[in-house]
Design a protein around this ligand. Structure first.
Ligand SMILES: *Cc1c(COP(=O)(O)O)cnc(C)c1O
Length: 456
């Protein structure tokens, strides 16, 4: 199927007409039919944010089976940062799929895997000697970072933070903070995982000014007194907590934790699965405070939607693992590697780091003006194209569920995602290639959705 639009007949990708266009209610009749089939064929454990079924996507829009074109503030959860079907990704993947689809890199290698690793070694923070290996998902990357850190240090414990999210496998689900929906009933969990406070400025009991120092002191005290620093293999932290509600740790917190790790031989693992690849106005969010992680985990934005993830770290850590101790059948699949090379070219040539910063300059002032005008907007935060508002009962910090406002946005053709430990955060992750007029239109829809709220 093709889409008739103002620029003629086009497929997906950036040539898709960059407009919001609603021709049925949301979801429309075709999507409803397909959703009924989904409910009979797929278990409810696989949730649905917005039950429109997609036929095309590109630039800043997603087009559904009923012909509706929605503004995309989600990027498939921070994945299609270069846009859906970005030209350099399409071209490389099309060539690769015709040449060969899989050999298993551990059986007979190919160049694109090595090139991706070389580029990540060069682009990630720090100019020390690095190694990278490739896996399929963010969870697999985090899980492998822990394997490497344990092997390299000979220590068992892993320290994670309140509000952290690291995936859904047994180990990464254990590393994840929130019970419902990620952990409930799925135990027993993996051993030797310890959770400490995160410097969450908006909710820090003594206020945001003291947050970094007090949270770091509490976290370090817990590590020293309850675990013993010498038992800790790794500290795993998101430089901005993603699913936990786009919480930027108070400035100074991350450097203090990183310094404590350095002083105690603990591997500092940055989970940049959601924050990586230009999203925050830096190529990696750690750069904002000059943090140099020992290991950095990347995924989501790395390959324009093809399944790929990476573990990049100090050569001496990654080289400490015996031959064939790491890997997997599909890790670094050649299609995904070509896609990643197309993504990295696109970020560089289209200046998407600067573009992410520009998106933040458009969005944050408008979000702050919502905060000034509407009591339910308790906090505005984020960097670049990773921004959020936290909703509260006006005059308090009691959480106000974000679902109803998200639903009003969806009905008006704006795809937004929720987040947060208390389910009260609306997060915004537009593709970095979204045109400004769609950003502005999306923000106006959001404003109407908020002003329509009973308690606003
Ligand atoms: C999404 C996410 C993961 C898990 O990635 P998957 O590809 O879904 O396994 C891990 N860490 C962070 C910070 C994430 O946002």
């Amino acid at each position: 199927m093709t889409v008739e639009g103002t620029t003629g007949t086009v497929h997906g990708g950036p040539r898709l007409p960059q407009e919001r266009r609603l021709v049925t209610e949301i979801p429309g009749p075709r999507s409803r039919e397909l959703f009924a089939r989904k409910q009979s064929a797929v278990p409810p454990g696989i949730g649905t944010t917005l039950p429109i079924f997609v036929t095309h996507a590109g630039g800043g829009v997603v087009v559904d089976v009923d012909g509706n074109s929605l503004i995309d503030f989600g990027s498939g959860i921070a994945v299609t940062s270069v846009g859906n079907s970005a030209p350099r990704v399409v071209e490389r993947v099309q060539k690769q799929v015709a040449d060969f689809t899989h050999t298993c890199f551990m059986v007979t290698p190919y160049e694109s895997y090595v090139t991706v690793c070389e580029k990540l070694n060069a682009l990630t923070p720090g100019d020390h000697d690095k190694r990278t290996f490739l896996v399929n998902s963010g969870a697999e990357a985090v899980e492998n970072a822990v394997k490497v850190a344990r092997h390299a240090t000979g220590r068992p414990a892993v320290v994670v933070f309140d509000h952290g999210y690291h995936g859904r496998t047994l180990l990464t689900m254990t590393l994840t903070a929130k019970n419902m929906p990620y952990k409930d009933g799925f135990g027993p969990f993996a051993p030797e995982v310890y959770r400490v406070p995160l410097a969450y400025p908006f909710r820090w009991p003594s206020g945001p000014e003291n947050c970094a120092d007090e949270a770091a002191a509490q976290a370090i005290d817990m590590i020293e007194k309850q675990i013993g620093a010498a038992n800790v293999a790794a500290v795993v932290i998101e430089p901005i907590a993603g699913e936990g509600g786009f919480i930027e740790p108070a400035r100074g917190f991350l450097p203090k934790i990183a310094e404590f790790c350095r002083a105690n031989g603990i591997v500092f693992v940055a989970d940049e699965v959601q924050t990586g690849f230009a999203r925050t106005g830096h190529l990696f969010a750690c750069e904002d405070e000059g943090i140099v992680p020992d290991i950095i985990c990347t995924a989501k934005g790395i390959a324009g939607g093809l399944p790929l993830a990476a573990v990049t770290g100090r050569a001496e850590l990654l080289d400490s693992v015996h031959a064939s101790g790491l890997g997997g059948t599909y890790g670094g699949n050649p299609l995904a590697c070509e896609a990643a090379l197309g993504v990295l070219e696109t970020i560089e040539q289209d200046k998407l780091v600067e573009r992410a910063a520009h998106i933040g300059e458009i969005m944050l002032p408008r979000l702050r003006s919502l905060q000034e005008r509407f009591g339910i907007v308790g906090d505005v935060r984020g960097r670049g194209a990773m921004t959020a508002i936290e909703l509260v009962v006006p005059g308090t910090k009691d959480p106000l569920a974000a679902g109803p406002i998200a639903a009003r946005c969806h009905a008006e053709g704006l795809l937004v995602l929720t987040a947060g430990t208390y389910g009260n955060v609306l997060r915004f992750l537009p593709p970095l290639v979204i045109p400004d007029h769609l950003l502005e239109e999306g923000l106006s829809i959001l404003e109407r959705a908020i002003s329509a709220d009973q308690s606003a």
